[in-house]
Design a protein around this ligand. Structure first.
Ligand SMILES: [Zn+2]
Ligand SMILES: [Zn+2]
Length: 328
């Protein structure tokens, strides 16, 4: 048994391959908490109504736990926290919803499950079955874009002032490299900036785990037995997979590369002047950088595959939550 290099008394469960230090679950938690709290201290504001996008996976589960802990500890901020799980209607999601509910209950956080089908008129499973063979996009692409739009709409409709997500360092460096190779400077700046920008209709996002490696999160969640799904979505496909493989390869031979590259891009994008002001999508009214938002473009395709007339997102099911979601 190897002992923790920090406290010297507990069994080490994680080795930091940049510093070579081995950490026990407690000391790893302290290290992750320090990074997450520094983000929350900088980006959360007094009186914030925080909606945590809680899929039940390891990242968002840890994000919920740390956000709740933060709101309990830093009482003067008077934060209100709610956990929301979007059910895309896939088999994969079914088990993680149960875990999400369990964790929220354990933390005494109100938990809501929102059905993708209620908002869009179809589930991801309906869509997956309807996509024609050989089509250029797969269900994963639709899911990512539509989920993002729905979560923003839900946050706005229930009166959240900020949306917390579980994105970790690995996710964000992959996204930034994808933005780089697409030449999309606007998207890069939007991913990186940490000042709160108020754009009508767009709920600001806070990512407490942005400086935390995915493998740190996985080790901690397992060691502490936090109720969370550890698997990866079986539908994941596309450009991200290749980029992830390349970045992991670089990190393996140059430990610390991900963090250094991320901090560099963060610093660079804070100096970049790009137009990230938003317009309203002419179809759904959601915030977008073009005339018709990406979600509406993809939703249009989805409806076509399923042979239904294009319809807007339906937010009626959220009306009843408008004033009650953050009431304790
Ligand atoms: Zn320790
Ligand atoms: Zn739209």
């Amino acid at each position: 048994m190897r002992l923790c290099d920090i406290c010297g008394s507990e069994e080490a469960i994680y080795t930091n391959y940049v510093t070579g230090a081995s950490l026990c679950a407690n000391c790893l938690m302290n290290s992750i908490r320090r990074r997450a709290w520094s983000v929350m201290k900088r980006e959360l504001l007094p009186g914030d109504k925080v909606m945590v996008a809680h899929s039940g996976g390891k990242d968002s589960s840890l994000a919920l736990l740390l956000t709740k802990e933060f709101s309990d500890e830093v009482r003067e901020l008077d934060l209100k926290v709610i956990s929301v799980t979007l059910d895309e209607g896939t088999l994969y999601r079914r088990s993680s919803i149960e875990l999400a509910r369990k964790l929220a209950e354990r933390l005494r956080v109100r938990h809501l499950t929102i059905q993708m089908r209620d908002i869009l008129g179809f589930s991801l499973e309906d869509l997956r079955l309807a996509i024609p063979k050989g089509w250029k996009r797969n269900a994963c692409t639709y899911c990512g874009v539509l989920r993002r739009q729905i979560l923003n709409a839900v946050a706005r409709e229930i009166g959240a002032t900020v949306l917390v997500t579980g994105h970790n360092l690995d996710d964000l460096i992959q996204t930034s490299i994808m933005n780089l190779v697409r030449g999309d400077a606007n998207a890069l700046v939007k991913t990186m900036r940490h000042e709160r920008k108020y754009e009508e209709g767009l709920v600001p996002r806070v990512r407490p785990l942005k400086y935390v490696y995915e493998r740190e999160i996985a080790s901690l969640v397992v060691a502490l037995g936090i109720p969370a799904h550890l698997g990866k979505c079986p539908l994941a496909q596309g450009m991200r997979i290749g980029i992830r493989r390349e970045i992991d390869f670089i990190e393996d031979s140059n430990p610390g590369s991900k963090l250094r590259a991320f901090l560099f891009l963060e610093n660079l994008s804070s100096k970049m002047k790009v137009d990230v002001s938003l317009r309203r999508c002419s179809l759904c009214g959601e915030p977008t950088t073009s005339d018709i938002c990406k979600a509406c473009q993809l939703r249009g395709e989805a409806f076509r595959f399923m042979g239904i007339e294009d319809k807007n997102i339906r937010l009626d099911s959220l009306k009843s939550l408008k004033d009650s979601a953050f009431q304790s």
